[in-house]
Design a protein around this ligand. Structure first.
Ligand SMILES: [Zn+2]
Length: 161
């Protein structure tokens, strides 16, 4: 399954036309309830649980909001990409497995959809901090996204002062 076309259909379904992406609404679209936990250890970002009567995403609510949004998107990624464990616990995102990479790729595409980002950059010169703010993602996530999509090569991207 192609991640970009999957995200396009989600955005169309929810009639989302601009950033920030309401990531919890996307979770709800797939009948995933988002639960915020105050007591996860700091090393745990989130979890996704799928059993017979519970489909839920648990989020470490002590983490910064941009990180919580990325985690929700990452867990939706596990769900949509058909990673079939009943429970996945994300204690770090840099576990070097295909599934983690795939979930991160999905999260990046969902939070910073290619079409929206491209159009924002084409309309107006942007810098990374303002783009990150608009999309409600970390500046690091936005930098990675701009590099991986090659959008950073656009002449319209403002040079840092
Ligand atoms: Zn994961």
């Amino acid at each position: 399954m192609e991640i970009r076309s999957k995200v396009r259909s989600i955005l169309k379904n929810l009639n989302i036309k601009e950033a920030p992406i309401p990531v919890e609404r996307v979770a709800n679209l797939f009948s995933l309830e988002v639960v915020y936990y105050p007591k996860f250890p700091d090393s745990v970002s989130g979890t996704i649980i799928k059993d017979e009567d519970l489909h839920a995403i648990g989020i470490n609510q002590n983490h910064p909001e941009v990180r919580q949004r990325f985690t929700i998107a990452h867990e939706i990624g596990h769900y949509i990409m058909g990673h079939d464990e009943n429970k996945i616990l994300d204690d770090t995102f840099d576990k070097n497995t295909d599934k983690e990479r795939e979930a991160n790729k999905f999260a990046s595409e969902l939070l910073m959809p290619y079409d929206l980002l491209k159009s924002d950059i084409e309309q107006k010169a942007q810098d990374i901090p303002s783009l990150a703010k608009k999309y409600e993602v970390s500046e690091q996530a936005m930098s990675i996204r701009l590099l991986e999509t090659s959008l950073i090569n656009s002449n319209n991207l403002k040079k840092p002062l």
